[in-house]
Design a protein around this ligand. Structure first.
Ligand SMILES: Cc1cc2nc3c(=O)[nH]c(=O)nc-3n(C[C@H](O)[C@H](O)[C@H](O)COP(=O)(O)OP(=O)(O)OC[C@H]3O[C@@H](n4cnc5c(N)ncnc54)[C@H](O)[C@@H]3O)c2cc1C
Length: 387
């Protein structure tokens, strides 16, 4: 029986898209892969990696040219995230947060003045972070306790944020705080905070199971002075900015999960062709072939959901249900595919000598951040029961 071919991640791409994916994948194989395990162990991202992202234009993929971006489309951001995640989920999330959350929030919600000031910095050298979650508010994001008070000539922020990706490296933070708790979620406002603003500091960095090289930090605001003009969108409209940005961000996380699953799958297939048992490669056993075929089908289904959601967003079509489905399914599929690849590598799969255990650990975050799987189910169910 002939061998089962490896699923091509390029199946559904135009020539330009294929070239873009290939270029990033090659870069990741050459410049990131050699350091992946070291970065995972040290829980640190090598500083030259984001620098190279900026040089390659990967930190402003769909930002308009007038603000220093490459002005492609959202789908290209999704492809970049997928290609990077097939090598390292941590490196991928730097590009993911910058493009799908931070840049998107500025593009969709910023006035001309704020876009002109911050987008050129974000596309050319400054890493951004998106700070919504707090110790007491995760899924119930709008229960946030961070407060902003109008002090006449500036805003004053007090409170703490938790779990903030890129907290260690970021210089520009989008921070959600409530300007009037009596209004409930309608008091939530988005502020742009620079790292050196008085009263702002980055606190504890989390020691994590997966995506260890991606920093996840606490942020502290103690009478933090924010200029009046640093409100992103209208005061009181922050809840809309938060929810709409996360709806798009979810597709990026779906792409990260597809990339992680593909990386594990490729390593697993290769191993089954090389590993001999009972005098034959284990890939020659029908039991193993069926397991690979099943994993390849899950991976393909996840990729199609992610690509479809991204293309719907670019086409200006409603995509919320598809975005939730793509994140829900791809994070589940990534866990299953990575777990199977560990099984197929046997004892070696359980060691750090082979990459699959890291892909498995990195896949776990997909069911948690940017809305847990239960929150995605809630969104999907709302659409089903709407009428
Ligand atoms: C590595 C990492 C990076 C992150 N990066 C960022 C970031 O950059 N910016 C940011 O703002 N946040 C970030 N987060 C926070 C992340 O978005 C939250 O952890 C997530 O939304 C879940 O919130 P929680 O941890 O408070 O869990 P909880 O909301 O307490 O949920 C715990 C469990 O209860 C379930 N649950 C809660 N409510 C319901 C319900 N109504 N129905 C059914 N089930 C429910 C959840 O599904 C989950 O299984 C990050 C988190 C991690 C771990």
């Amino acid at each position: 029986m002939s061998e089962i071919p490896v699923v091509s991640p390029l199946t559904h791409l135009s020539e330009d898209e294929k070239f873009f994916y290939d270029t990033i994948k090659q870069f990741a194989d050459e410049k990131i892969k050699p350091f992946v395990m070291e970065m995972d162990k040290k829980a640190e991202l090598r500083p030259e990696i984001p620098k190279q992202f900026f040089e390659m234009g990967l930190m402003g993929i769909h930002v308009p040219e007038e603000y220093g971006g490459a002005e492609t489309n959202f789908f290209m951001s999704v492809l970049a995230i997928e290609a990077l995640a097939s090598v390292d989920g941590s490196a991928a999330v730097v590009v993911d947060v910058q493009n799908t959350l931070v840049n998107n929030c500025f593009i969709n919600w910023g006035n001309e003045q704020i876009k002109k000031k911050y987008l050129p910095q974000l596309t050319s050298g400054k890493i951004g972070a998106y700070a919504l979650s707090e110790a007491g508010s995760g899924s119930d994001a709008f229960a946030l306790q961070c407060r902003a008070v109008d002090k006449g000539d500036h805003w004053e922020l007090n409170g703490q944020k938790m779990w903030i990706t890129n907290g260690n490296e970021a210089e520009i933070f989008i921070v959600f705080a409530n300007i009037n708790p009596e209004l409930g979620y309608k008091g939530i406002t988005a502020f742009v905070v620079e790292r050196e603003f008085e009263g702002f500091s980055v606190g504890k960095k989390e020691d994590k199971l997966g995506i260890r090289a991606s920093s996840t930090c606490e942020l502290i605001f103690e009478n933090c002075k924010v200029p009046k003009e640093n409100v992103l969108g209208e005061a009181g409209q922050g809840y809309k900015a938060a929810i709409e940005t996360l709806n798009e961000g979810r597709i990026g996380i779906g792409a990260q999960m597809v990339g992680i699953a593909q990386g594990a799958f490729d390593a697993g297939v290769q191993y089954t062709k090389e590993r001999l048992q009972f005098g034959k490669p284990i890939s020659s056993f029908q039991g193993v072939q069926f397991q690979l075929a099943d994993a390849a089908t899950k991976l393909e289904a996840a990729r199609l959901l992610v690509y479809n959601a991204a293309r719907m967003k670019d086409a200006g079509l409603p995509f919320l249900k598809q975005a939730a489905m793509s994140k829900l399914y791809s994070s589940k599929a990534a866990q299953e595919v990575c777990s199977l690849m560990i099984d197929l590598l046997g004892g070696y799969g359980f060691t750090k000598e082979y990459p699959v255990e890291k892909f498995y650990r990195d896949a776990k975050i997909g069911t948690i951040y940017e809305g847990t799987s239960n929150m995605q189910l809630q969104t999907i169910a709302k659409f089903l029961l709407k009428d």
